[in-house]
Design a protein around this ligand. Sequence first.
Ligand SMILES: [Fe+2]
Length: 301
Amino acid sequence: MVPLLRSCRRLIPHLSAAAAVAAPSSSCARPISRSLRLLPVVLAMAAYSSGSGAERRRLLFRQLFEKESSTYTYLLADVGDPEKPAVLIDPVDRTVDRDLNLIKELGLKLVYAMNTHVHADHVTGTGLIKTKLPGVKSVIAKSSKAKADHFIEHGDKIYFGNLFLEVRSTPGHTAGCVTYVTGDGDDQPSPRMAFTGDALLIRACGRTDFQGGSSDELYESVHSQIFTLPKDTLLYPGHDYKGFTVSTVEEEVAYNARLTKDKETFKTIMDNLNLAYPKMIDVAVPANLVCGIQDPPPSSV
Ligand SMILES: [Fe+2]
């Protein structure tokens, strides 16, 4: 599955889409985003007419909140594409109906339900979404060791229409954490946007004492993969507990209470957080290792 996602790295997406259309259709691994783009090239290109403003208009973006776990879910869609293909990042089981109603109202076609990592504080909505919209494919990092339709790795690009998310491996909160970053091409939204999961929170970061976490690794991940993005990159975390919604690389490099410190100080901070055992972990992690997919009840088998 991964090579097919990687094959999305391309400079001329229209040609690649044509090639994908011409290929045999038997492989379930082909990204849905490519098969969705059986569209008139002229129509798709018309939206690119005037620089970054046009690309910004292509992107429909919504930040959604689940209050029990203070989790953010992100909806992105390419509305410059007639099919309006969309992705959901970190959906929560409790808010699946809200999210799917919004997607329906906006006339979007959800193609991927993606997770940044195996969550310990809530059950992912991806399994439930797949039961309600069978065409949707789940996506998670191969290194998470969780179940999904597509396994991604560092450097992969996940296309929805002509827009894409780049995968950056950012372990440390868990061993399988990734950050999804909007593309860096002239035909992609500007400024870039990074969906950091729990690797980087606004002025904070995720804990590192469970699920293969490592403060040493998290420090390296954030400094090498997130703080190196352009200063104006918008940072969207997996959670916020104080009401913040978005930050930037420039802000976090300057003001993050933990990650502005040197590595040894950071590790000492993380070793002394004295956080309570996560109350949902024993329910959430086993469920999320199978992407929240629940076995159908016996009556429906
Ligand atoms: Fe987490």
